[in-house]
Write a protein that binds this ligand. Structure first.
Ligand SMILES: Nc1ncnc2c1ncn2[C@@H]1O[C@H](COP(=O)(O)OP(=O)(O)OP(=O)(O)O)[C@@H](O)[C@H]1O
Ligand SMILES: [Mg+2]
Length: 367
C-alpha cells in the first residue's frame, strides 16, 4: 500500500492552498472574519477537502470540514497481525484458530513462568509454514533435562510437527532447534544419523513394523545402529520387553496385540538404545483409563530408573497430572505458557486455566 493511500481522508493534499480562489470567494460572500479563520484552520490541517466548490455551498460545509479535522482520522486500512518478517496475517499466511482481522493473537501468550536452565532441548523462534498455513509462528521453548515434560494443546496446533523438528524429520523455515547443544538444522546427514541414536521415539500409532514379530521390532534399532552381537541384543530386548510387561510376547506379530500392548512394545523399542531423550506422541490415545494409568506408571518408573529428557504429547489432563514435571501449552503456533506442573495447573492465565480445567468458558471456542 502506498503512503498516500495510508493518509487519512482529507489530509496530506497540498492541492488547495489556503488563499485559493474558492476559499476567498467563500469568505467574501459572508464577510465574517471568524468564518475565514475557521476556514483557514481547516485548510491548514486538512488542506481543503475536494468537495469544496464555489460560492455558499462550502460555507454551509465549513463546520463539517472543521469537525472532520478535529476528529481522530479513521485508519486507512486494517492490516491485522504483522509477523516479525513483515508477512501479514490473512494476506500472506493464515494460522489455524486465528481470525484474519486479529491484531493481537498472542494476548494470552505469557511465556515461561520461570527461566529454565539445564535444557536438553531449545526451540528458538521457530517458524514453519505448509503452503499458506503457518503452523509454528515464532515458537520458543526450553525442555529441561532429567524431567518429564508435557506439551499440551488443541488438536492440529502442531504438536506432532514440533516433535518432527526436534528429531530432524522437518526443518524450520526460520529459527533454530538445539538438541544437547547441537543445532539440528545445521547437522550433516551423518551427524543427524548419529544424533538420532540419542532419541527414543514413540509415534502416535506405535509404528511397529507389521511384518516383524515383537522381538525383532524391539531389536531393530540395536541391529541398525550398533555393532552388538545377537546374544547381547537378546539380553537387552528381553529386559526391555519384561519391563513393559511383554516378557511373553516375543513371537507375537503386531496385529495379534491389543492397542495398549502395541504402545508398550513401541515404548520398549524406544528405550533399547538407552536414549538421553525420549519423545512420546500421544502414548495414551486409544487406551482405556486403566491402561492409560498403567502406561503412565511405566513411563514414570522407566524415567526414574534411566533419567533423561522425556517429552510427552497428550490431550489427557489425567496423564499430565500423573506424570508431568514440566508443562508447556501450545496454541496459535506459540507456547502460551510453560513452567512446573503445579504452577501451570494453578495459572491465572485465562487460556491455560480454561485448557487445564477443560472449561467451556474461556478464550478457546469451538471454531
Ligand atoms: N507434512 C505436512 N504437510 C502439510 N501440512 C502438514 C504436514 N504435517 C502437518 N501438517 C499440518 O499441520 C497441522 C498440525 O499438525 P500436527 O499433526 O502437528 O497437529 P497436532 O497438534 O499433533 O494434532 P493432534 O492433537 O490432532 O495430533 C495440521 O493442520 C496438519 O494438517
Ligand atoms: Mg499429533
Amino acid at each position: 500500500m502506498s503512503e498516500k493511500e495510508e493518509t487519512p481522508e482529507g489530509q496530506g493534499s497540498e492541492e488547495t492552498p489556503i488563499n485559493s480562489p474558492e476559499v476567498e470567494a467563500a469568505v467574501e460572500s459572508t464577510g465574517e472574519p471568524e468564518v475565514a479563520a475557521e476556514m483557514e484552520a481547516a485548510d491548514e490541517a486538512a488542506a481543503a477537502d475536494d468537495s469544496i466548490g464555489d460560492g455558499e455551498q462550502e460555507l454551509e460545509d465549513a463546520e463539517s470540514v472543521q469537525a472532520a479535522v478535529t476528529n481522530e482520522p479513521e485508519p486507512a486500512e486494517d492490516k491485522g497481525f504483522v509477523a516479525s518478517d513483515g508477512a501479514v496475517l490473512g494476506r500472506d499466511f493464515i494460522i489455524p484458530g486465528v481470525g484474519p482481522g486479529d491484531h493481537d493473537p498472542y494476548k494470552w501468550h505469557t511465556g515461561p513462568k520461570q527461566k529454565t536452565t539445564n535444557n536438553a532441548i531449545e526451540i528458538v523462534d521457530v517458524v514453519k509454514q505448509f503452503g499458506r498455513t503457518r503452523i509454528l509462528n515464532g515458537l520458543n521453548l526450553g525442555l529441561p533435562d532429567d524431567q518429564i515434560s508435557m506439551v499440551l494443546g488443541p488438536s492440529g496446533t502442531g504438536k506432532s510437527v514440533l516433535i518432527k523438528h526436534i528429531v530432524g524429520l522437518l526443518y524450520p523455515d526460520h529459527g533454530d532447534v538445539i538438541v544437547k547443544g547441537d543445532s539440528v538444522p545445521d547437522l550433516s546427514d551423518d551427524d543427524l544419523f548419529e544424533m538420532r541414536k540419542k532419541f527414543g521415539l514413540l509415534f502416535q500409532d506405535g509404528a511397529l513394523f507389521g511384518s516383524m514379530n515383537i522381538f525383532d521390532n524391539v531389536a531393530f534399532p540395536l541391529r541398525q545402529h550398533t555393532d552388538k552381537g545377537e546374544e547381547e541384543i537378546e539380553h537387552i530386548c528381553t529386559r526391555r520387553l519384561r519391563e513393559v510387561g511383554l516378557g511373553e510376547a516375543h513371537d507375537k506379530m503386531p496385529n495379534e496385540l491389543s492397542g495398549g500392548m502395541r504402545k508398550r512394545a513401541g515404548f520398549a523399542r524406544a528405550l533399547v538404545l538407552d536414549p538421553e531423550i525420549v519423545m512420546f506422541d500421544e502414548p495414551d490415545s486409544g487406551l482405556d483409563p486403566v491402561r492409560t494409568a498403567l502406561l503412565c506408571e511405566l513411563i514414570k518408573e522407566v524415567h526414574a530408573e534411566n533419567g533423561g529428557c522425556y517429552m510427552v504429547i497428550s490431550h489427557d489432563l489425567g496423564t499430565a497430572r500423573r506424570i508431568a514435571d514440566f508443562i508447556a501449552v501450545l496454541w496459535k503456533g506459540r507456547i502460551v505458557e510453560s513452567g512446573p506442573k503445579e504452577e501451570l495447573f494453578d495459572s491465572d492465565n485465562e487460556f491455560v486455566h480454561q485448557f487445564l480445567q477443560a472449561d467451556v468458558v474461556g478464550p478457546l471456542a469451538m471454531d
